[in-house]
Design a protein around this ligand. Structure first.
Ligand code: FAD
Length: 458
């Protein structure tokens, strides 16, 4: 087999040291660690490579909210109870719109999970590193892919340690779990689709600023501005704003003051002014949606490396965990079966790709369309304005927002129901007007009989 390295070290001398694994996973955050747990459990020998040497390292800029759709994955990874033991908070979501609050009834709500990344990341990584078959390779940066000269199949990764020494980790499968801006995806040259993002993000943890409906989280959809509050472990609340870019100069000047002012000026504002900032306000200015083809020969991408989606909807962590699980389920057996089973591995990779497309792409189309920071369209306003009056639509929105049901399933039920709710509200208003009219003709001046706050006005 003629082997060449793709990427910056293409012409470099092949590293003299090499090791052999069934899979090498690049990136030991949520996606990579989840994949490692599943592959290790299946019986594969896995190297979990991470550029940061500290096993307690965590992602610094993230609101941390794990959507309900990923909670079963956490449970299957054996991490739900440990997360709760570490202080995780189970939260439903209350959504403010100009029509009023959209709140799923508790018995139909699907709670997500709040645990700061400084606790969540080491928890998930520890689970991976304690899984038999998984070997830690911390403090190593992936710099090039090793490819089979004949068919270009990926056969390993070149990694560099902090002293600059390189070694080759050979594997039947290389997994890029290296996040937004994935180097593995770039080195592999996979197809990429990028859509722009019209917002920026700032947020920080506060103590003593408890939300009225805690442990539920709250979103303000100000059309088009956006803010959120997530009660989490240690009695903290994460406050975040994702305004459109015209607001950036104010936030750049003084992120703390701008964040507090932004949330203080919300309708039905949270008590952020009474709180104390714990740690720093952190921000991210550029967050395009980047979608990669998730597989190639000998290659798979998981988490943000496969799909870096708009953080507005708080789904990247959950999807990272789920993609890690889907990949492990799809290819674990083929990897554990040992060398020479490339056909079985390829069939597993194709299964992963199908699961990935079915689970994510419909949602991603909706998310990418909204990422420009545009205002809600007539159809969206029609459904939101009905949802404030109707628990069934609120419950469907909750399931859709947590990505527990597909956009098609959501539309198939929410739209007809919204038509019915609007009809019902219109009839109620007509009846009110008629009653007011007959009271007026019977007893003199009457009121126009408006429906009051929260009236359905799509
Ligand atoms: C402002 C903001 C707010 C967000 N809020 C939420 C939220 O509330 N809820 C939510 O679900 N998601 C949120 N997200 C998204 C979430 O942070 C990501 O989707 C999630 O971290 C993706 O996990 P991952 O494991 O794929 O990648 P990452 O967590 O980015 O991890 C990638 C890992 O790969 C390592 N790595 C990178 N390159 C190399 C290399 N060459 N060699 C070795 N190691 C490498 C990195 O050190 C890192 O450990 C937010 C994102 C942003 C920007």
């Amino acid at each position: 087999m003629g082997v060449t390295a793709a990427g910056p070290s293409r012409n470099a001398i092949r590293p003299s040291r090499s090791e052999q694994f069934d899979a090498v996973i690049v990136g030991a955050s949520l996606a990579g660690s989840a994949a490692a747990v599943k592959l290790g459990r299946a019986g594969a020998r896995v190297a979990l490579v991470e550029q940061r040497p500290d096993p307690g390292a965590f992602k610094q800029v993230c609101s941390h909210f794990v959507q309900a759709s990923a909670v079963p994955t956490l449970e299957r990874l054996g991490l739900l109870q440990p997360a709760l033991d570490a202080g995780a908070v189970r939260s439903g979501l209350r959504i403010w719109t100009i029509y009023g609050w959209i709140v799923a009834p508790p018995e139909r709500a699907t709670p997500g999970l709040n645990l700061r990344r400084e606790l969540l990341d080491p928890l998930v990584r520890d689970a991976a590193l304690n899984t038999p078959g998984v070997e830690a390779r911390l403090g190593l940066t992936a710099t090039a892919l090793e490819r089979d000269g004949a068919d270009g199949r990926v056969r390993g990764v070149v990694v560099r340690d902090r002293s600059g020494e390189e070694r080759l980790l050979q594997a039947r499968l290389v997994v890029g779990a290296d996040g937004r801006g994935s180097r593995v995806a770039k080195l592999a040259g996979v197809a990429t689709k990028t859509t722009p993002h019209g917002r920026f993000a700032y947020g920080g943890y506060f103590e003593g600023a408890d939300l009225p409906h805690a442990p539920d989280a709250q979103l303000w959809m100000l059309n088009p501005q956006w803010a959120a509050a997530f009660p989490t472990d240690a009695g903290l609340t994460f406050y975040a704003a994702m305004p459109t870019k015209s607001w950036l100069p104010r936030f750049k000047r003084d992120p703390h003051a701008a964040l507090v002012a932004f949330l203080r000026d919300l309708p039905e504002p949270p008590p952020i002014e009474h709180g104390r900032l714990v740690g720093e306000i952190k921000g991210k200015l550029e967050m395009p949606n980047v979608e990669h083809e998730p597989i190639g020969p000998g290659l798979a991408l998981v988490g943000d490396a496969a799909l870096a989606t708009d953080p507005l909807w708080g789904i990247g962590c959950g999807w990272a965990l789920q993609q890690g699980e889907w990949l492990g389920d799809a290819v674990g057996d083929a990897l554990a079966a040992g060398p020479g089973a490339d056909d079985a591995l390829d069939a597993g990779l194709a299964r992963y790709r199908r699961r990935w497309r079915r689970g994510l792409l419909g949602h991603q189309r909706v998310i990418a369309d909204l990422a420009s920071g545009r205002r809600a369209n007539a159809g969206e306003r029609f459904v939101f304005s009905a949802a404030v009056h109707d628990e069934r639509i609120a419950a469907r929105m909750d399931a859709f927002g947590s990505r527990s049901i597909s956009p098609n399933r959501f539309l198939a039920t929410a739209v007809p129901r919204a038509v019915w709710v609007h009809g019902r509200e219109a009839r109620a208003r007509r009846a009110q007007r008629q009653a007011a009219g007959s009271a007026g003709s019977a007893g003199g001046a009457g009121s126009a009989g408006g429906a009051g706050r929260g009236a359905v006005t799509a």
